[in-house]
Design a protein around this ligand. Sequence first.
Ligand SMILES: [Ca+2]
Ligand SMILES: [Ca+2]
Ligand SMILES: [Ca+2]
Length: 160
Amino acid sequence: MKTKTLIAVALASVFAVTAAAPTFAAGDPAKHEKRMHRMIKRADANGDGRVSQAELAGAIAASFAVVDANGDGVLSQSELDNSNVAYKAHRQQVKASRQSGERLAGVIRMPKAVGKRFAKIDANGDGVISKNELSRIADRMFKRRDHNKDGYISAADFKA
Ligand SMILES: [Ca+2]
Ligand SMILES: [Ca+2]
Ligand SMILES: [Ca+2]
């Protein structure tokens, strides 16, 4: 018999997630733009192509829940250090939910700076980052990224 059985392996949605982007990536405009596009896509809850401060807050809250591996409502340094594992597990859940038709949403990544500047973000110095401590940083981050100050993060903020 000459018949060969070809097994077609369908690679379902290959997530192009940047694995632990090194710090110099921040200076690479193309990479930065790609990251921002992905962030906008995930955080844009109402689908108008731009991210409002409330949408960013919501997206960061969702990300917070994923990174908070032990579910105690605060982030420890080790939870942030192991966030890649948490995101991976979450992606599996998202995939599974798509198969069951439930469609769990993907989350944006916690900015690397949160793990790196842990002590600064931990304003009350109790060794963990609370939602309040993080949202303060998120608001500052939003204002910094909203270059044209129109109240939204959109493609216009990093093109030009
Ligand atoms: Ca939006
Ligand atoms: Ca925790
Ligand atoms: Ca704290």
